[in-house]
Structure formats: structure tokens, C-alpha cells
Write a protein that binds this ligand. Sequence first.
Ligand code: CO
Length: 138
Amino acid sequence: MIRKIDHIAIAVRDLAAALRFWEETLGLKATGTEVVEEQKVRVAFLPVGESKIELLEPTDPEGPVGKFLARSGEGVHHIALRVDDVSAELARLKGLGVRLIDEEPRRGAGGARIAFIHPKATLGVLLELCQRDEGGLE
Ligand code: CO
């Protein structure tokens, strides 16, 4: 079951510069930054109502976000949908023959369980499924 838009992720070259815009110009407040080694990114979340903006700065140009920046420049990288059970949703989509990037859930920022659906299957948008356990980081 899909509940809401958990976050919209934006790839940036300079996280500090991006935070100056989102915090000082727009008036949002980041909840802190975190490095996700596996994804080779430094991440900051800025809550906006029930959803969040996720800023992604590569820590390695050879990582997925580093390659995205080289190919497409800064901009929207993915949209994340909050689901109750990411494993169940993956199994359901697999059963429908949907092309997935992640066959199994993995760890995302904030301890979430996440999985990506291939943009070829979604008409051009990289979609993330995101499950956050009760009591976990919102
Ligand atoms: Co994300």
C-alpha cells in the first residue's frame, strides 16, 4: 500500500550551497546530514509538511549520483513513495513483470528500507519505495 510522497530527491554538486538556498532563502530547516557509504552520497533532509526534500551530494564521482550529475547536471533525481512493507510491494511488482533496480530492499538514509524501480518501467521517473518503521526517523 502506497501512503504518501515520502520525499523528492535532488542531486546537487555542493550540499552547503544547496542548504543555503533551501534554508536561508526558502526558510526550511534541515534535520541534519548523513553519509550513506553504500550509495556514495552525503544526504540532507528538509521536512516540508508531510514530505521531505532530500538533497544528495556525491562523495565519489563514480557513485550513482556522481554519474547522474555528470550525465544530467543538477536537478530532480528521484521521487520516493512511502509504503507499509517494501518487501511485499517489491514482490507484487515483480509478479507484474515490472523492471526493478533492487530485487531486495536495502538500507537508505535515516535507517529506512528502500528499493528502486527502474525508470524504464515508470515512464521516465526513478521511483524509490521507502518503508520507515514506527518510532524510526521520520
Ligand atoms: Co531517496
